[in-house]
Design a protein around this ligand. Structure first.
Ligand SMILES: Cc1ncc(COP(=O)(O)O)c(C=O)c1O
Length: 399
């Protein structure tokens, strides 16, 4: 019985934002700030798709509600895009515009899982997914599949998934290109997992917000493999540099999206109308933006990895490092605090699963020259703490 001053019990199962706690520290003063902890971009959206480009006169209804499912124009563009990318006969009922992928994933999880259920989460994982599952009342069960610098074999991954599966398991969440590791799950690996999920009769929640940023390997659209059991989250935050607009979308079976829409209309109701106008504009004219961003991110990711002496990213915006050998008795928190005193901010490994000595670095948050200076500072801080050894054994590369 939650009563004043008690709060709802479920809140204690959710982590507060690790980033909010940093807000004061970020204020500085520093000669230069390296906020490499946040997954964002330094690039502005394409000209013509920025909020300043939309007027009420040219866009009637700009400040009115949009339909809960999303604006028809945007849905139609996404139907076309998804048909091209997946080869599946997508209709409007298979698309749901959401207030970012975060709200989309939340609506999808609440539509598919609840108290007494369990959801498998491939790890390392995007931090908020575990809390979203817990908020639904279901149990979040993490299953590590990225060890050391590479993804484990599909046989090992399935063995681990089998061990973690119980009669209560209802869904599997996976994400590729992966946040935080920068790895891309190989198509045959994904196909094996999808086949396994089919045998286990599980729903698949495939988080593909970084699908447009693949530097090595190949992105496999999960929906193309099992449209009857897959819900996919996408985002204009990543693809077109519009994180502040809060606009994303789900692709999935009609029945699931109808349920997700019921959930979403009781939380965010509908996605901001201006954000949907901007998203449609980006889809119509954003191909060259995407190609340019891809090139810039790839170069920044490769350069950052070279500075740190680790494997380059295969996709996405992040590198994930094991700092184990550089930690003293204060552990990761102490190391990250020392970094923050010099203006360098990284995301702590425990946000992504059981990674007490790891940290994530975003190489797209600030321009490449600033990212490189931040990476050099990190390298210096690691080298200072690690007893001299051969560079290859000093610290692990991205898993
Ligand atoms: C893997 C992953 N999924 C989902 C999201 C949420 O994206 P959005 O900004 O659209 O809510 C993020 C954002 O960082 C992410 O990295």
């Amino acid at each position: 019985m939650p009563r004043h001053p008690e709060l709802a019990a479920i809140v204690s199962r959710l982590q507060g934002s690790v980033f909010s706690a940093l807000a004061d520290r970020l204020a500085g003063p520093f000669d230069e700030l390296y906020p490499l902890h946040l997954g964002d971009t330094y690039l502005a959206p394409i000209a013509g798709a920025r909020l300043e480009d939309f007027s009420v006169a040219a866009h009637p209804g700009l400040h009115n509600y949009s339909p809960p499912r999303g604006r028809r124009e945007l849905i139609d563009l996404l139907v076309e895009r998804t048909r091209e990318r997946t080869g599946q006969p997508i209709e409007r009922g298979n698309v749901y515009i959401t207030a970012g992928a975060t709200a989309g994933l939340s609506a999808a999880v609440f539509a598919l899982a609840g108290p007494g259920d369990e959801v498998l989460i491939l790890a390392p994982h995007w931090p908020l997914i575990a809390g979203i599952v817990r908020a639904s009342g279901a149990r979040a069960v993490t299953v590590p599949v990225i060890d050391g610098p590479s993804v484990v074999s599909s046989e090992v991954a399935i063995e681990r998934l089998e061990r973690a599966t119980t009669a209560a398991t209802v869904a599997l969440y996976l994400s590729s290109p992966n946040n935080p590791t920068g790895r891309v799950l190989p198509p045959e690996f994904l196909a094996a997992l999808v086949e396994w999920a089919g045998r286990r009769n599980l729903w698949l929640i495939s988080d593909e917000v970084y699908e447009d940023f693949v530097y090595r390997g190949e992105h496999q659209a999960c929906y193309a493999l099992a449209p009857e059991r897959t819900v996919v989250s996408h985002s204009f935050s990543k693809a077109y540099g519009m994180a502040g607009n809060r606009c994303g979308w789900l692709i999935g079976p009609e029945v699931v999206l109808a349920a997700a829409e019921k959930v979403g209309s009781h939380s965010f109701y509908s996605t901001a109308t201006g954000a949907q106008f901007a998203a449609a504009r980006a889809l119509r004219g954003g191909d060259s933006w995407l190609a340019d961003a891809n090139q810039r991110y790839r170069e920044a990711g490769f350069e950052t990895a070279a500075i740190l002496g680790i494997d380059p990213p295969e996709g996405g915006s992040f590198l994930f490092l094991d700092l184990g050998e550089a930690l003293d008795e204060r552990g990761l928190a102490g190391f990250l605090e020392d970094c923050s005193e010099r203006g360098l901010f990284l995301a702590p490994g425990p946000s992504f699963g059981d990674y007490p000595t790891w940290a994530r670095l975003c190489f797209t948050a600030v321009p490449p020259d600033a990212t490189a200076r931040g990476a050099r500072l990190l390298r210096e801080m690691i080298d200072r703490r690690v007893a001299p050894k051969s560079p290859a054994t000093r610290y692990q590369g991205t898993p």
